[in-house]
Design a protein around this ligand. Structure first.
Ligand code: ZN
Length: 299
């Protein structure tokens, strides 16, 4: 028996990478009975006589996390691509995405594109905002000149021993960035969209590509984002700086809204917490509270 990680799922076969080799496997029949579908990213126990014949997945190890679209498990980090312009730079959208990543316990990294299309003044303003994000725990890649070898190298240096996905705003230049890292990343996506056109499949696929001792995958872009995987009560825990500073609030369950002696509100007033982080928090909280359960009329 060997252990490995599924990097590709195609027509009932699962390609498993183990010690830098790829094995083609199938899932054992009893998975279906147990209603378990292996996912790309799953760590598995499998047996395989050779790399030329297909082996069998025996067991799927417990998942650290699971993204739904596309279905992929055990993601360690996500590079979020945001655009300086066209589409406009949006801290609101960035916060939404980081909240989602926090809920899945995925480390967020932020890559700023199209910086060559903005003035120095605007660049400095965006950079100043992003410096705040770096300070609270999200590594930032905001090169003044696009796609230099140094910045590509800096991204690749984060890959070893991790599963990384790229995600971002539609039109922010994700494919261009991926092309600079490894054109194979884009090819995997292109093949998928073709088969989507032919067969009207709505399922999103993902393939993980071995790169720099890690696995890397592309995910579809998004243009807007609801607030995913969170309730108005749990939202507060998706902010690393609120978690830390909130320990000094008078009430342990403080939501940092109307409560007295709130350390988070004090930190916002003192400029230690970025105003937009807090304003967006209040906005998301209101959005989440507006979501009411839908009751279907009985016939
Ligand atoms: Zn508070």
């Amino acid at each position: 028996m060997q252990t490995g990680q599924i990097i590709r799922a195609l027509s009932g076969f699962y390609d498993v990478q183990s010690e830098h080799k790829i094995y083609r496997t199938r899932a054992r029949g009893n998975f279906r009975k147990r209603k378990i579908t292996p996912l790309v990213g799953d760590f598995v126990e499998f047996e395989s006589e050779s790399q030329t014949e297909s082996g069998y997945i025996l067991e799927i190890l417990e998942r650290k996390n699971e993204m739904i679209r596309p279905p992929v498990a055990n993601i360690d980090q996500a590079v979020v691509i945001v655009s300086a312009v066209e589409p406009d730079f949006s801290l609101n959208l960035l916060d939404r995405f980081l909240i989602y990543l926090e809920s899945l316990n995925i480390q967020g990294l932020v890559y700023l594109t199209k910086t060559d299309m903005i003035s120095d003044e605007k660049y400095q303003a965006i950079k100043q905002s992003l410096d705040y994000y770096e300070k609270v725990g999200y590594p930032i890649f905001a090169p003044r000149t696009a796609f230099t070898p140094e910045i590509i190298q800096a991204i690749e240096d984060t890959f070893p021993d991790k599963t990384t996905v790229f995600t971002g705003q539609t039109g922010a230049g994700k494919s261009t960035l991926l092309n600079h890292i490894d054109p194979k990343l884009n090819l995997a996506t292109a093949e998928i969209s073709q088969s989507l056109n032919r067969g009207k499949h709505t399922t999103r696929h993902i393939e993980l590509i071995p790169l720099n001792d890690g696995l890397v995958g592309d995910t579809p872009g998004f243009s807007s984002l609801g607030i995913l995987n969170v309730t108005s009560e749990t939202l507060v825990s998706r902010y690393p700086e609120f978690r830390e500073i909130g320990q000094d609030c008078k009430f342990r369950t403080c939501q940092h809204v109307m409560e007295p002696k709130c350390a988070v509100k004090a930190a916002v007033d003192a400029g230690e917490i970025m105003q937009s982080r807090y304003t967006n928090y209040l906005q998301f909280r209101a959005e989440l509270k507006d979501i009411r359960p839908v009751y279907k009329k009985s016939k």
